[in-house]
Design a protein around this ligand. Sequence first.
Ligand SMILES: *[C@@H]1O[C@H](CO)[C@@H](O)[C@H](O)[C@H]1NC(C)=O
Length: 258
Amino acid sequence: MTTTTTTTRNLYIAFLICDIPLPTIVSQYGDYTQLFTTLLTKAAKTHSPPIDLHIESYNVLEGAYPKDPSVFTGYILTGSKFSAYDTLPWISHLKDFIKTVDAHTNAKVIGICFGHQVIAEALGGRVIKNPAGWEIGWTNVNVNDCGAACLNTTKQSMRIQQMHQDHVTVLPPHFETIMSTPECPIQATISGNRYLTIQGHPEFTPGVVKEIVKARKASGVFSEEVASAVLEKVDNPVDDDWFARKMIGFLWGTVGEE
Ligand SMILES: *[C@@H]1O[C@H](CO)[C@@H](O)[C@H](O)[C@H]1NC(C)=O
């Protein structure tokens, strides 16, 4: 008789929730906690060894934070309709918390969209509204040599949904750009084994993007032309699961080759 022992490992992750999606998105697809839990759970299960995720969500819009920032292996900062340079109390509180995590813990920090931008602002970089305008929906993003090395891949591009007008223009010290598009040269960054940030949304399904586009077309933010161009490509294949496995690997400490 053979005995197989499968050892499951644990990762303790805090989500710092920076927005509540539109009600129609929450009702059909879930809030940010559900969107990221779905994405990351799949990646964690296929990791070798399999990883059990222990997730706590903190609504930082309402000032909720972990009492002891050092108990988590990793932090994930979500997207938001707000701008990382907005002078709002909750955003300056969030930047202070990022600085605390940076200085007083060994936690790994992953930022998505607004999360990517607010990490840059907190640690000495800069974010502005992009004069090139919005980047919306399905996008093919270039992965540079540094990105390929850090992400342990031969991939030269990744496909991901976008929803942003702001972008990072100045990196914090010790951060490196790993992905870019012509309109947004700083699409993703890495800093040692501590920070991984990305402008796109690996947690957005095409349905989520469709709802945002529908709402922003109705409110006049996106023109008919822009909206229909986005909807034409929104169901194209994406590399979300691949990137989710990179996120799990980054949190775990070794990014597997793929
Ligand atoms: C790349 O992945 C392989 C196996 O998946 C691993 O052994 C190696 O340490 C990784 N390299 C880096 C630089 O992370």
